[in-house]
Write a protein that binds this ligand. Structure first.
Ligand code: ADP
Ligand code: ZN
Length: 611
């Protein structure tokens, strides 16, 4: 087999018209017998890098994965595409495990998924020798590194497996690796002169947005209503919030489930399963949810609370749109959330940790409040330069925020800080300042007599959250500084004092507005199709998936259904070339879907789509 034959194999088996970036190169290097290291973003298509070569080379490819929940899923998908794949892990009964082992001894499988600890069980050394293993793939390879975020000691033992299989090429794959972790993976797994592939972390199909969080539930409900039939994840900071949000959404007619580490194993897998099978559209989760989710049609990810850092935020958003179709990432940002976190950080005992956490939080808030391209900023954080100033797929590029002459606004804010300080000789937090500016009647204002200040009630033209945003922007501009400690207070800096005294002009960013209009959104890059037929085909897919007890995407991805709902292949003969439909799936499902399309066309006109 030459490398020219890889593409036809990709098409006939997986039904994909082309390789994703670096897939072909990674596969070629591995087939040439080299150790390989592949760093691809989530959704970059890592699995295919070892699945395809496994079909080309003789013998068995062993795939090590820490995620037991995911093995069945991947194996289901492979089997649906006609690939002889299986897995062995603790979820199998004894009889099932025994029959799979026998199959391995007979050489019936091309791919075996297995957890790392399995490989080191007694008796496995003989197995490994007997099975004619021709490649070893190590998924989530960062688990081998103590510097990574998910160190698993079992992974360290994999070097012993290497010793047992001299000459077998190893492929290490991960989506998360800093330089240090990358080097560590190569050392720990003793990769031999590996071919290293690092893909861009840009996810062109994701759109990034930030909204000021005012009424999160209403904001989430609006967002979800605009996307009927689409599923997504709401990430929350605490277990309690996941449950509260899930309940409130359910009350508003949007069935949702919670997912967090405090649920029993059964509840967790039930909720996850419902989500995977598209029974509930929404999962409200702590960050415990994610690793092990490879549902390709997660159409959106909302962050209800401010993440601690961009390292965490980026892969969380990355769970959206793995199938390459457009997907949305929304962060609900509030200065209050940032203040809450600062408070926690201040209580950390380790000084180094505290400083790291502070710096990370600053970067996170900066990301949220910055008016420049969000994609550029995210990629820059991961050391990548996005070649354009405007990506065209983030709120700041799509709806650039204007700046305005904020001199008067700034003067009001700064003088309020100044007056309060002068009157009381003690500082107050940003909240109190916004209350004085808007002329609120609070207990503190009465106690401290702040209603008598000349700045009391001079800022009624803005609402309190807007004043808070002004405060944060003045902080970023260096005109006020916030003290550290339990009750952060605002102080004028020398620069701020100069602004006040010299009436220097200040330019401010117009605050973000939460769009209120409710309409279904269409995204750039979405495959335009007959939405009614698409809905029918989705129902059919769900029925077939339920009969087979697999998630819907094991049958076909959304892109496949959209293409059908656009081109109306009403006979089986019209099916070849449909995205994601290899020969096996065509044989199994082609006629069923063609029949459904015929029935549809008897009662509905055929629509025409250009471009
Ligand atoms: P990763 O493990 O890198 O996050 P996956 O291996 O789960 O990504 O792949 C993400 C999705 O992309 C899967 O649905 C997979 O079938 C699909 N995919 C992989 N390679 C291609 C390709 N060349 N063309 C189209 N889709 C692909
Ligand atoms: Zn942008």
């Amino acid at each position: 087999m030459t490398h020219d034959d890889l593409l036809p194999l990709l098409q006939t088996t997986f039904g994909y018209p082309a390789f994703r970036p670096l897939q072909r190169e990674i596969i070629a290097a591995s087939l040439a017998g080299r150790d390989t290291f592949a760093l691809l973003p989530t959704g970059g298509g890592k699995s295919l890098c070892f699945q395809l070569p496994a079909l080309v080379r003789p013998g068995l490819t062993v795939v090590v994965s820490p995620l037991i929940a995911l093995m069945k899923d991947q194996v289901d998908q492979l089997q649906a595409a006609g690939v002889a794949a299986t897995f062995l892990n603790s979820s199998l009964g004894e009889a099932a495990a025994r029959s799979r082992l026998a199959g391995l001894h007979r050489g019936e499988w091309r791919l075996l998924y297995v957890a790392p600890e399995r490989l080191l069980l007694d008796g496995w050394q003989e197995n490994l020798k007997a099975w004619n293993i021709s490649a070893l793939a190590i998924d989530e390879a960062h688990c081998v590194s103590e510097w990574g975020h998910d160190f698993r000691p079992e992974y360290r033992q994999l070097t012993r497996v290497r010793d047992l299989l001299p000459g077998v090429p190893v492929m290490a794959l991960t989506a998360t690796a800093t330089d240090r972790v990358r080097a560590d993976i190569i050392t720990q797994l003793r990769l031999h002169e590996p071919a290293v592939f690092v893909a861009s972390f840009n996810r062109p199909n994701l759109t990034y947005r930030v909204l000021p969080k005012d009424e999160p539930l209403r904001q989430i409900t609006d967002f979800v209503h605009k996307r009927p039939d689409e599923g997504g994840i709401v990430y929350c900071a605490t277990r309690a919030t996941t449950e509260r949000v899930a309940e409130s959404l359910a009350k508003r007619g949007l069935p949702a489930r919670a997912y967090h580490a405090g649920l029993t194993q059964t509840e967790r897998s039930e909720n996850q399963e419902l989500f995977l099978r598209d029974e509930v559209r929404i999962i409200c989760a702590t960050i415990a949810f994610g690793m092990g989710i490879n549902k390709p049609n997660v159409r959106w990810v909302i962050h209800h609370d401010l993440p601690k850092n961009l390292e965490g935020y980026y892969p969380e958003t990355g769970r959206a749109g793995r199938d390459g179709l457009p997907a949305d990432c929304l962060l609900l940002f509030s200065g209050g959330d940032a203040a809450k976190q600062t408070h926690f950080i201040d209580e950390m005992t380790d000084e180094h940790e505290r400083n790291v956490a502070r710096a990370q939080l600053r970067q996170m808030t900066h990301y949220a409040e910055n008016a420049a391209c969000r994609r550029r900023e995210l990629l820059a954080y991961f050391g990548e330069t996005f070649p354009l100033d405007h990506c065209g797929a983030c709120d700041n590029c799509l709806e650039p925020r204007d700046t305005y002459d904020g001199t008067v606004v700034a003067q009001k804010f700064l003088s309020c800080v100044y007056r309060i300080h002068e009157a009381g000789r003690f500082g107050v937090g940003v909240n109190h300042i916004t209350e004085v500016l808007t002329g609120a009647d609070t207990e503190k204002i009465r106690r401290w007599g702040h209603a008598r200040l000349s700045t009391y009630g001079i800022g009624k033209e803005l609402a309190r959250p807007q004043w808070a945003a002004v405060g944060r922007e003045l902080m970023r501009l260096g005109h006020v500084a916030q003290s550290q400690g339990e009750f952060p207070v605002l102080e004028l800096t020398d620069a701020g004092l100069a602004v006040l005294r010299t009436r220097q002009p200040v330019s401010l960013t117009r605050p973000m507005e939460s769009p209120k209009a409710r309409k279904t959104i269409r995204r750039e890059g979405d495959i335009a199709c007959d939405e009614i037929l698409f809905a029918r085909l989705r129902e059919l897919r769900k029925k077939l998936a339920d009969e087979r007890r697999v998630p819907a995407y094991v049958i076909f991805g959304d892109a496949t259904l959209r293409q059908m709902a656009r081109e109306y292949p009403a006979t089986e003969a019209a099916m070849p070339g449909m995205f994601g439909m290899g020969e096996k799936k065509r044989a199994e499902f082609g006629a069923i879907f063609a029949a459904a399309i015929r029935t549809f066309l008897e009662h509905n006109p055929r629509m025409k789509f250009t471009a």
